[in-house]
Design a protein around this ligand. Structure first.
Ligand SMILES: N[C@@H](CCC(=O)N[C@@H](CS)C(=O)NCC(=O)O)C(=O)O
Length: 191
């Protein structure tokens, strides 16, 4: 899902980068790229592998407007990237995955209860924040927005109701209204 986001601003993903998003993550060749056996992994032309979506976004955004130069703003971006990994990844994203692909991993109903409770708390916090400002950090788009948008805008597929969260919905509209926005379904061809 993050591939489309990294390419949201195409200049951040030069053609010399190669993305691994599909494949058998437990096979030896893949585990050599990421011992955690997870996608995404970004492999550079010299063979350097960067797993973890947050690290990939950080790498691609370096030197662009998606990562502010100001020390405090940059730290705020990092703060929201950490927030995403703690409160969205493994909560909203997991609820979505388990509902969308119920045959892959058996899930007990109480697991959904916990994800819905924790995920709704996350959505409330984000909504409060986004009612007060246009983007996650300052007044312009950053990788904090990209990281959070990816699963939040599809939270309904995890059983969440986004209708009470006007701040989040308007923020999604702002992101989707940008001229270079690539919808999640419109997977661009590999470079
Ligand atoms: N914290 C990691 C999470 C990555 C993750 O959960 N990847 C999932 C797909 S979205 C995966 O590879 N699952 C396969 C597996 O765990 O075997 C990130 O943000 O990149």
């Amino acid at each position: 899902m993050r591939r489309q986001l990294a390419r949201f601003e195409p200049r951040t993903a030069p053609d010399s980068h190669r993305f691994y998003l599909k494949g058998e993550t437990q096979e030896r060749w893949f585990l050599e790229k990421n011992p955690a056996g997870q996608i995404p992994v970004l492999e550079l032309s010299d063979g350097t592998c960067i797993p973890e979506s947050t690290a990939i976004l950080f790498f691609l955004a370096e030197g662009t407007h998606l990562l502010p130069a100001d020390k405090v703003e940059r730290t705020r971006v990092l703060q929201w990237l950490c927030f995403e990994q703690t409160n969205v990844d493994g909560v909203i994203s997991r609820a979505r995955f388990r509902r969308k692909f119920p045959g892959v991993v058996p899930t007990r109903p109480e697991e959904f209860d916990a994800w819905l409770r924790d995920g709704n708390r996350t959505l409330r916090m984000l909504d409060d924040h986004l009612r007060a400002q246009r983007f996650m950090v300052g007044s312009s788009l950053s990788i904090a927005d990209l990281a959070l948008y990816s699963y939040v805008h599809r939270a309904d597929e995890g059983g969440f109701d986004l209708s009470p969260f006007g701040g989040i919905r308007r923020w999604c509209d702002r992101i989707e209204g940008r001229p270079r926005h690539i919808a999640i379904e419109a997977v661009p061809p590999d470079p």
